[in-house]
Ligand binder design. Structure first.
Ligand code: HEC
Ligand code: HEC
Length: 183
């Protein structure tokens, strides 16, 4: 048996004996990020036909609809109620609106979400990890989730910890959980 054959056999053995030691870390890098994306503060806006409210994600009161531009139907514009800051129970940030339909994340598992937020066709044309993270670092609608007003809970991690985990995930090459992963 040649050295090369031995080497090949050893390599195949390594492949078939399961993932390299670094892989479990890569597999799990997205899980805590997904728990933020799937939090009601984010999901209540990231829907299809209408926004949602409360921790349970119930349909927005008064039959509010997304409208053609995500800013509400003509008679029910988001900005007629949502101001540039939280006001009593009404949450607010300038530019309050729903994202494009390609960013409808209702019911998505972490594997799908992981691919959606890094695919320029479904993430608003952001072609690099840095562009994806930049949005999550600075966008006022994202930052609002950590100052949500009233009795609303913020996402389960601090914003600083969220960014640290995003940078770690990006450094690993933005690995995603296996397709079909439930959470
Ligand atoms: C008629 C007034 C009105 C209009 C129009 C309106 N909203 Fe609201 N919205 C509210 C009020 C009031 C609340 C707070 C409900 C509560 O928690 O008591 C709210 C809450 C929300 C929340 C819940 C935030 C959370 O995580 O709990 C989201 C998301 C939201 N609105 C999005 C929108 C969007 C997007 C539009 C436009 C498409 C819009 N709203 C139009 C009055 C309005
Ligand atoms: C008030 C509604 C609203 C809330 C609340 C909100 N978003 Fe968004 N989100 C938007 C809009 C509008 C866009 C599209 C803007 C753009 O692409 O620049 C967007 C785009 C995004 C994108 C870019 C798409 C992509 O895949 O890279 C990400 C990521 C994102 N939001 C994450 C979040 C996270 C995480 C939260 C909660 C911490 C959140 N959003 C809360 C409205 C909202």
């Amino acid at each position: 048996v040649s050295r090369r054959a031995v080497l090949a056999a050893a390599l195949c053995g390594a492949l078939f004996n399961g993932p390299a030691p670094a892989a479990p870390q890569a597999d799990h890098a997205f899980a805590p990020i997904a728990r933020v994306l799937q939090h009601p503060r984010c999901l209540n806006c990231h829907g299809g036909d209408f926004p949602r409210q409360t921790e349970q994600g119930t349909r927005h009161s008064q039959h509010v609809q997304r409208g053609a531009d995500g800013r509400g139907a003509p008679a029910m514009r988001c900005a007629s109620c949502h101001q540039a800051g939280n006001q009593g129970r009404v949450p607010g940030v300038a530019g309050w609106r729903m994202p494009p339909r390609s960013m409808d994340w209702q019911g998505l598992g972490s594997a799908t979400l992981c691919r959606r937020i890094q695919d320029p066709r479904t993430n608003g044309g952001r072609a690099s990890a840095e562009a994806v993270i930049e949005h999550l670092r600075h966008d006022p609608l994202v930052l609002w989730a950590w100052q949500p007003g009233a009795d609303r809970a913020p996402p389960p991690l601090s914003h600083a910890e969220f960014l640290r985990l995003l940078e770690h995930w990006a450094a690993l090459g933005m690995p995603c959980p296996a397709p079909g992963a439930v959470r």
